[in-house]
Design a binder for this molecule. Structure first.
Ligand code: FAD
Length: 320
């Protein structure tokens, strides 16, 4: 039955659920490839699947006269459409990621109205990163600066309050709202405790649950949850797990996400002479992480599948 994420968690009654996150295909590619990747994961009965949203970017078109034209484009559009397609094909809840970056408040309202009409009642409210040419995140003209403001907009809609109130709403949305949390702190936050205060603000504004950034050392997650609880955050905190897949991740993941990798994991990856072996190490590490988190009673294990899902399938078959 299609439900809110928090209802899925309640219904599971302490049993850890399996979920995963997918990225829309680059435009010009068929959705079939996505289905082919999702299909093997459906045997683990995910109550929900997240679909990410990519920020817009600039492309440079050769005008043929030695000059370049700068145009804005979105390489991976279609998040809400993909959510609707997956929801109806697999009878599973889908969670579109809604960004502040790249959207005015009005555009966000239209997107949320689409979700409501499509019966998509769960959304992840995120700020988004800076665009590739920007050093820092800049709010889009008429958009939000922080995810908390996006949560407030969604909550307002849940109360029937549209941006430019001209109508009395008698059909209110009832979105369950997820937000991001960072066990090793967000890259821009001055400290973990200040980041946690910001997380509390998002929850106070109406967020119903938190999904964490990837981490490779479970101790970081356990400490984060402890600190969040001490700080008055009582909503479910879902761990996000990413299996290492290529050797390059050793540099890339710390650089992009400002996370630490445990020495044992680094040593195991460095021993590998092919990426096939790295992928296997990634699976083994994630299995070990998942089993420990499950034993600790986490509500959901949420996997970042990033394209090919064979590794998540292998992990899930050993854990669920
Ligand atoms: P916010 O909660 O707004 O926080 C951003 C920073 O601002 C933090 O450092 C916070 O401490 C600080 N801050 C918050 N409020 C204030 C304030 N009032 N004053 C000063 N500082 C403040 N990105 C995508 O582009 N697409 C996706 O689909 C996507 N999915 C994600 C899913 C998960 C589970 C996670 C963890 C991240 C995801 N991201 C995605 C990345 C996310 O957009 C970035 O990490 C982004 O930089 C921050 O987003 P946020 O929602 O955490 O922002």
């Amino acid at each position: 039955m299609l439900m809110k994420i928090t209802e899925h968690i309640k219904k599971a009654n302490g049993k850890t659920l399996f979920s995963f996150e997918i990225i829309p295909p680059k435009k010009g590619n068929s959705i079939q490839e996505l289905y082919n990747n999702i299909e093997p994961l459906m045997q683990f009965k995910p109550p929900f699947v997240d679909v990410t949203t990519s920020r817009e970017q600039y492309v440079y078109i050769d005008k043929g006269n030695g000059l370049l034209d700068r145009k804005i484009t979105r390489m991976r559009p279609g998040t809400v459409g993909i959510c609707a397609a997956i929801k109806h094909k697999y009878d599973v809840d889908t969670v579109p990621h809604v960004l502040c970056g790249g959207f005015s408040k009005e555009e966000t309202e239209y997107l949320l109205v689409d979700c409501h009409y499509l019966g998509i009642d769960n959304v992840m409210a995120l700020r988004g990163d800076a665009m590739s040419h920007q050093k820092y995140f800049e709010a889009t003209n008429g958009g939000h600066q922080y995810a908390k403001q996006l949560v407030e907009q969604i909550q307002n809609l849940n109360c029937g309050k549209y941006l430019h109130d001209v109508l009395e709403a008698d059909d209110k949305s009832d979105f369950c709202i997820g937000v991001a949390g960072y066990p090793e702190k967000h890259i821009e936050a001055p400290s973990l405790s200040s980041d946690l205060k910001r997380l509390k603000e998002k929850v106070d504004a109406g967020a119903d649950y938190v999904v964490t950034q990837m981490f490779f050392d479970n101790a970081k997650y356990f400490e984060f949850v402890k600190a969040a609880r001490a700080g008055g955050i009582t909503v479910p905190i879902i761990p996000g797990i990413k299996p290492i897949a290529v050797k390059r991740h050793l540099q890339l993941l710390p650089q992009v996400f400002k996370i630490d990798l445990p020495e044992d994991l680094i040593a195991e990856v460095e021993k590998c002479d092919t990426n096939k072996k790295v992928r296997q190490v990634g699976v083994e590490w994630a299995v070990q992480q998942s089993k420990e988190l499950m034993a600790a009673g986490v509500p959901v294990l949420h996997y970042y599948s990033m394209g090919k899902s064979d590794n998540v399938e292998s992990i899930a078959s050993q854990v669920f």
